[in-house]
Design a protein around this ligand. Structure first.
Ligand code: ADP
Length: 483
């Protein structure tokens, strides 16, 4: 297909291993579909375990040299990489829309967000400071030093094909680590395109490899190899738990960004306009396929009808279609399995007494119309499982404490949102919510400068912000005896 890129060399159908563009040793390939059309847009190599080992070996050699570079030099390369991504926003966004489905305006937003991590961590690279402790005993000096973890790996999902890679790779490189990336087999082309730009930015050969392929070859090697000291994963809680198990034998450091089940609470003193705007952003971005999407919307009875009426006006403005077409606001879901899950969740809710306030669900290929349900209750599947689609279930409540209790009644603890204009309530609820991220009067909580991550079964560690780089640093206490 003609992707209409201004720089066609950004579209690569080979893996980038040890500084070389490679096919799979046995020639095996994976076809990648455009979810909007069902067409095959291209192929990537199904790399073997041996090729993954080659990437890890190269990462070990490259890291030994990279960690000795001055932080300022590492920062310069990350800034060059940032600038190249920003110069190629349009092409990177087109590749992303075609492989992933999200509308072009959102894809551009993701590319800029992805670039922001290079900039942020380029800046952080120069502030990896240690400490000198107050002497614990006479003649003893203790220094606390920070060192790169070493060779690291990233396994990333399809819903943010670029940003989930840069959010890991930028801090790794800033800290002095190397990284082997396994992008999702559903969306490998964004990852390969950013690798092309990394090469141009001066990232040394072997420091970053992008190994395309399947979990049973690439994923298993990355999570069991003894040279890989740290694994950073974004994806489902199910796979996160498998990776934790696979990483156990070598006691790898882990960062896990897993599933969520975000509550979105609208109190009776909320600004309805603001709450509707917040829920539209949080729910329908990426057609509902984000781990921080509002999954359960709790609305106070006194404000319910007003909120629903205004919400339906906003929902009526959504335009579902091919993300490359002008004016679309919602693209297709990633594949047929995702569509089937959404249909099941809606059917289950209706069977248990929920009602449509939107039109009934319409499905055309991977396109799903936005659905709003009310009178949703906690025994329905939408209450306990991540729907990962454009379904907005509304629960009613009367008492603040009940809303907070329902919000917290989940094994997940990633994102949460609430809307109120009462300052006391803002503190009370903000502190009571057991989530790694809380949005008060906003539905947008992702930015490079703020830590991102979850509590409970939503994961381990934080990405972005100041803590983001700590995930790639070891601490060494250096005890100096002497006079
Ligand atoms: P999602 O459902 O969000 O795609 P998954 O958790 O299924 O998330 O997959 C995210 C990433 O994890 C993908 O790159 C996928 O190939 C990889 N993956 C899936 N299963 C495994 C596994 N058993 N071992 C290693 N990687 C895996």
């Amino acid at each position: 297909i003609n992707m209409q890129l201004s720089d066609p060399s950004l579209f690569r159908q080979q893996a980038y291993i040890a500084g070389q563009w490679q096919d799979a040793t046995d020639g095996a390939r994976i076809a990648v579909d455009n979810p909007a059309t069902g067409e095959v847009m291209g192929h990537v190599p199904a790399c073997s375990r041996a090729q993954t080992l080659e990437a890890i070996a190269a990462a070990e050699v490259a890291q030994a040299e990279w960690k000795k570079r001055l932080p300022a030099e590492r920062a310069d390369i990350l800034m060059a990489w940032h600038d190249l991504v920003m110069e190629n926003v349009d092409d990177l966004a087109r590749i992303m829309t075609i492989e992933q489905g999200k509308v072009l305006s959102e894809a551009k937003g993701e590319v800029r967000y992805a670039a922001s991590f290079f900039k942020w961590f380029a800046e952080e690279a120069r502030r990896i400071d240690g400490a000198i402790l107050a002497p614990p005993t006479p003649g003893r000096h203790v220094l606390v030093m920070k060192e790169p973890v070493g060779v690291t790996a990233a396994i990333t999902p399809w819903n943010f094909p670029l940003a989930m890679i840069t959010r890991k790779c930028a801090p790794a490189l800033a800290a002095g680590c190397s990284m082997v990336v396994k992008p999702s087999e559903l969306t490998p082309f964004s990852a390969l395109a950013v690798a092309v730009l990394g090469e141009r930015a001066g990232v040394p050969a072997g420091l970053v490899s992008v190994v395309t392929g399947m979990p049973d070859q690439v994923g298993i090697e990355l999570s069991t190899n003894v040279t890989v000291r740290k694994l950073s994963f974004t994806g489902s809680t199910r796979v996160g738990s498998i990776l934790m198990e696979q990483s156990a034998a070598t006691i790898k450091r882990l960062s896990l960004e897993l599933g969520g089940n975000a509550p979105f609470i609208v109190f009776d003193d909320a600004d309805v306009e603001q709450a509707v705007e917040g829920v539209m952003t949080s729910k329908f971005r990426n057609a509902g396929q984000t781990c921080i999407c509002a999954n359960r919307v709790f609305v106070h009875n006194a404000i319910h009808d007003r909120f629903v009426e205004r919400l339906m006006q906003a929902v009526a403005e959504l335009k579902v279609g091919n993300g490359l077409a002008n004016g679309m606001t919602m693209g297709p879901l990633i594949n047929a399995a995702a569509v089937a899950k959404v249909k099941e969740h809606v059917a289950d809710a209706l069977a248990r007494g929920a009602r449509y306030v939107s039109s009934p669900i319409e499905v055309d290929g991977c396109f799903v119309s936005p659905v709003v349900l009310t009178d949703v209750t906690t025994e329905m599947r939408v209450a306990s499982e991540e729907t990962f689609g454009p379904v907005l279930p509304i629960f009613r409540f009367d008492v603040e404490a009940d809303a907070v209790a329902m919000a917290n009644a989940t094994p997940f603890g990633l994102a949460s949102y609430f809307f109120t204009r009462d300052l006391d309530r803002a503190w009370r609820v903000g502190e009571a919510l057991e989530f790694g991220m809380v949005g008060l009067n906003t539905g947008a909580i992702s930015m490079e400068s703020a830590p991102f991550g979850g509590m409970k079964q939503s994961g381990l560690g934080r990405e972005g912000g100041h803590p983001g780089i700590d995930e790639f640093l070891e601490i060494k206490s250096f005890h100096m005896g002497g006079p």
